[in-house]
Design a protein around this ligand. Structure first.
Ligand code: OGA
Ligand code: NI
Length: 366
């Protein structure tokens, strides 16, 4: 489908067509570029060789665990062990029978499409320069100002503070469906945190701990449009999440790759499973568990034939929380390898730089 050219420049009529202006500042994003039907990837998106996904490094014989959450209901210790082992060994796993209705998942994927299908003019209202609230941010790539090469992704990022703020601030194209996803994943998140906390010697998650683990949430809707020369670029570069944990819904396209721990250059594909949800440990939980649970590097490939969407919920401490190894973890004499840091400072550090693998966590090392 040809995009509507509202302005007086078109890429073909003008050699001075400014692609960055078009994608980043006018709200067209990479979706807009994708729909121009260019034969070749614009040079701004060509990643250095080391940042591209080399299929030779993809390990075929390993999978991240798939865990049936319905078995956790009766406090079955074997399922709790599967969850904690996965958090230690892989940093990533998928859950099925997780209690989030399939309809809620379908609805939120459709809502994501509905938002990204809006005209650039509409989406631009939520950009960094125009959004009336910091709780809503539409953008493209990760940090266009900090990156040497841009990433092939558009996103809408929604910070969840309260139902009231979400009602007034979030775009109506997706507001209700995202809210349903947030609400109906709450039980799953609490079950996971309770289970993971037990192995950290935290017997009970009281109100204070609950706030520390999950006092704020950020929901992203990611759109990875079809890309010319996908092998030359990346959807999302190597990073670990700054969350406590992340609940990620992906569609059936695939393309998420996770670093295999204890291997210098092996990556594992996270296969899409209809109805499943991907869970990954974030830096905040790595720090609070003093390195026992691991936030693992991951990245997303661009795709030459299909558009892809994903919807992660980043379950986070509150910005004003101070995070560090939990007292329950170090009271048995374990030496703390991380210091206490203000969570908002940690997050700021993440957003100050381009994606750099596990670089952010160095900030909290003693
Ligand atoms: C992220 C992320 C993965 C995906 O948004 O942090 O890693 O599959 N997304 O889109
Ligand atoms: Ni991520």
């Amino acid at each position: 489908m040809a995009p509507a050219m509202a302005s007086n420049v078109t890429p073909s009529s003008s050699s001075s067509f400014d692609l960055i202006q078009y994608a980043v500042h006018e709200g067209h994003g990479v979706k807009g570029i994708s729909e121009l039907g260019l034969k070749a990837l614009p040079e701004q998106y060509i990643q250095p060789i080391d940042e591209r996904i080399d299929m030779k490094t993809v390990v075929e014989e390993h999978f991240i665990p798939i865990i049936d959450m319905s078995n956790l209901d009766d406090d079955r210790p074997d399922v709790a062990d599967l969850i904690c082992d996965a958090a230690e060994r892989w940093g990533f796993f998928q859950v099925i029978n997780h209690g989030v209705p399939i309809k809620v998942l379908e609805d939120v994927k459709n809502a994501a499409y509905r938002f990204f299908e809006l005209p650039a003019e509409e989406k631009k209202k939520h950009s960094k320069d125009n959004s009336p609230t910091n709780n809503v941010r539409f953008g493209t790539s990760f940090m266009p100002d900090a990156e040497k090469a841009l990433e092939w992704k558009d996103y809408l990022s929604l910070f969840y503070v309260s139902q009231e703020e979400a009602d007034s601030d979030w775009p109506s194209a997706c507001k209700n469906e995202v809210m349903e996803f947030v609400k109906s994943s709450d039980g799953l998140i609490k079950n996971l945190l309770k289970t993971l906390a037990k192995r950290l010697n935290v017997k009970e998650i009281d109100e204070e701990k609950e706030k520390l683990f999950m006092g704020s949430k950020r929901i992203n809707m990611n759109y990875y449009p079809k890309c010319p020369n996908p092998e030359l670029t990346i959807g999302v570069g190597r990073h670990s999440d700054v969350s406590t944990l992340t609940v990620l819904l992906q569609d059936q396209v695939g393309g998420l790759y996770v670093r295999k721990l204890d291997s210098s250059d092996g990556w594992i594909h996270v296969p899409p499973i209809n109805g499943a949800i991907v869970i990954n440990i974030g830096d905040a939980l790595q720090i609070m568990s003093n390195g026992r649970y691991r936030s693992v590097e991951h990245r997303v490939a661009a795709n030459g034939t299909e558009n892809r969407i994903s919807v992660p919920i980043f379950v986070n401490p509150r910005p004003n929380d101070v995070i560090g190894p939990l007292s329950e973890v170090i009271e048995n004499g374990e030496v703390a390898i991380y210091k206490q840091v203000l969570y908002s400072d940690y997050v700021k550090h993440f957003f100050r730089k381009a994606h750099d693998g596990k670089g952010t966590v160095e900030y909290a090392k003693i």
